[in-house]
Ligand binder design. Structure first.
Ligand SMILES: Cc1cc2nc3c(=O)[nH]c(=O)nc-3n(C[C@H](O)[C@H](O)[C@H](O)COP(=O)(O)OP(=O)(O)OC[C@H]3O[C@@H](n4cnc5c(N)ncnc54)[C@H](O)[C@@H]3O)c2cc1C
Length: 520
């Protein structure tokens, strides 16, 4: 029997699979595309880690907590920043080649970081290099069985325990795969929105599977919108990494005026939520599609940012002389499947890591380049916990205060409809995008209160998007405040009374206040 079934082959899934195989476990990796198909391979900027002085894990922790707008779990962030440097070095030992100068790792600065700490590869092709290194390593291990083009449909649950997954395999057959332990590492859900940087596979499948099984999910109202996706018809939208602003690029309005200097003391390097809101407000007020990123001051643009250079060339733009059109795009889901500090979910036998999980490190707003690190740090903790005999969640990290009993799922889907993915994405963009209010959320809630007849992969994905959309909208409706990436035009202030998480198991929402005592 398989010891460990890993659903997803991005940085989180493959990091777990490789570590488990090295430890002698028999591993299956189930992935719906090719092995390297993932959001991971699109990552540009890099991985944040406090590798050497003058940086420190304490500084990295402070920056992460500030960006998270009061909702990070301090213990989880502590794990992230203290274990991160070791995991980055292990990734290099595995074969990932990060950019160096004179034998020393080059470090970039991005929004919200107090100093340069972001390692990168191929200039702005960090994710592609990481995914290559991990996929090569996984393929070389006999203990890993790779199931490509194999779509995970639903968890197999027996006696309240996850014992595997039902899939549709590459030939279209329904196949059940069983394992002692299963990890949901299926990534995010950017495809909920019409404009996104995420690839087509980011349809929230793992989160929807968890909700259908009655497993706790939290913080899903916090979808981060990247402020500077290139306004261009291609999909996913080409990302104009924050690293450009780290290198001196600045935002300008339709008159060429720099506006971030009036918005925040950190100006163009303010955290993403602040920059995205500043852009979105101007787009709405002035009825515009985009503003501009002026990167004309960056020397050696083609060498430093080859991926972005190619995207600009495809749009017939030369970043050395042209301003680049930018608008916010759905980018990163901070919430997900509630996981304790070892990645255990509320269901015995089921674990989660990476963007699908809510590890608590991102709170209400992820700090740039902390998400690759999230997968890199929490995946091996799952394997170590399994090897140590752990089998059920403990009250650590975001699991504190959460009822760990497995409950019967109470899904409220609604009548079967003929809604399309595009209609769902449009409704979500208008109703639950960067700027939200009670009326917009009520409209989109009605649109997504339907189900579809799931027969094939495309309709299963649509059903999953609807499931996650309902959870996101319901949480956004009750979060009557603005915090992090969640902006309510009708509740512009942050409310102390809402310092906590909305948790759902598919049915009603439960509010779990943050623990009163912040552990040292
Ligand atoms: C354009 C872009 C740039 C980014 N830049 C950065 C950056 O510079 N730094 C940073 O830290 N983060 C960045 N991010 C975010 C980061 O890339 C992701 O958060 C991270 O890669 C997520 O890793 P993951 O392993 O959790 O999920 P993914 O890499 O998305 O992997 C999920 C895997 O699950 C598979 N899967 C999904 N559903 C199913 C199913 N039903 N059955 C089987 N398989 C399934 C997918 O095919 C995929 O293999 C960026 C994201 C994007 C889109």
């Amino acid at each position: 029997m398989t010891d460990l079934l890993v659903l997803g082959s991005g940085i989180a899934g493959l990091s777990a699979a490789i570590r488990a195989a090295h430890a002698g476990l028999r591993v299956g990796v189930v992935t719906k595309g090719e092995l390297a198909t993932s959001a991971t391979r699109y990552a540009q900027g890099g991985v944040a880690a406090a590798l050497d002085a003058p940086d420190s894990s304490a500084l990295h922790q402070t920056d992460t907590l500030v960006a998270g707008a009061g909702l990070c779990d301090v213990d989880a962030v502590h794990v992230l920043v203290t274990e991160g440097p070791r995991r980055v070095r292990e990734l290099m030992e595995l074969g990932a080649a990060f950019d160096t100068r004179n034998g020393v790792l080059e470090l970039a600065i991005e929004g919200g970081h107090s100093l340069p700490r972001v390692v990168h590869a191929g200039g702005d092709a960090t994710g592609a290099e990481i995914e290559r290194a991990l996929a090569d390593a996984a393929r070389a291990l006999d203990a890993i069985d790779v199931h490509e083009r194999c779509f995970s449909v639903d968890l197999v649950v027996e006696g309240g325990r996850c014992v595997g997954v039902r899939t549709i395999d590459a030939t279209g057959r329904a196949v059940e795969l069983r394992a002692r332990h299963t990890i949901l590492a299926t990534g995010g859900a950017g495809q909920l929105f019409a404009v996104t940087t995420n690839p087509p596979v980011s349809t929230g499948d793992g989160i929807a599977m968890a909700l259908r099984a009655g497993i706790a999910v939290a913080d899903v109202e916090f979808m981060q919108f990247h402020p500077t996706a290139m306004d261009h018809p291609s999909m996913p939208r080409p990302l104009l990494s924050e690293a450009l602003r780290g290198e001196g690029a600045v935002l300008r309005d339709e008159h060429g005026v720099r506006f971030m200097v009036d918005e925040d003391p950190r100006a163009d390097l303010a955290p993403r939520d602040i920059v995205a809101r500043a852009i979105a407000r101007r787009l709405v007020a002035r009825n515009l599609d985009h503003l501009w990123l002026d990167a004309t001051g960056i020397a050696d643009f083609p060498e430093k940012f080859p991926t972005i250079w190619r995207s600009a060339q495809n749009a017939h733009l030369d970043p050395r002389v042209d301003f680049l059109p930018v608008a916010p795009a759905a980018h990163y889901l901070s919430g997900g499947i509630v996981a304790d500090l070892d990645g255990a979910s509320t269901m015995p036998g089921l674990w989660s890591c990476g963007e699908a999980a809510c590890s608590g490190v991102h709170g209400a707003n992820r700090l740039a380049s902390n998400s690759l690190l999230d997968g890199l740090v929490f995946a091996p903790r799952i394997v170590e916990a399994i090897l140590a005999g752990k089998d059920a969640p403990e009250p650590t990290g975001v699991m504190r205060g959460i009822d760990t009993r497995v409950v019967a799922p109470e899904l409220t889907a609604g009548p079967v409809s003929t809604i399309t993915r595009e209609e769902l994405q449009h409704a979500m963009t208008v109703g639950a995008g960067v700027l939200r209010d009670a009326a917009s959320l009520e409209t989109v809630a009605a649109t997504v209160a339907v189900d579809v007849d799931a027969r094939d992969v495309a309709t299963h994905e649509l059903r999953n998007l609807l499931t996650v959309a309902r959870a996101l909208v319901a949480s956004a409706q009750v979060r009557e405040e603005s915090r992090g990436t969640h902006t309510r035009l009708d509740f512009p202030e942050t409310s102390e009374a809402l310092a906590g998480r909305f948790v759902t198991r598919g049915g009603p929402l439960e509010f779990v206040p943050l623990p009163a005592e912040v552990p040292a």
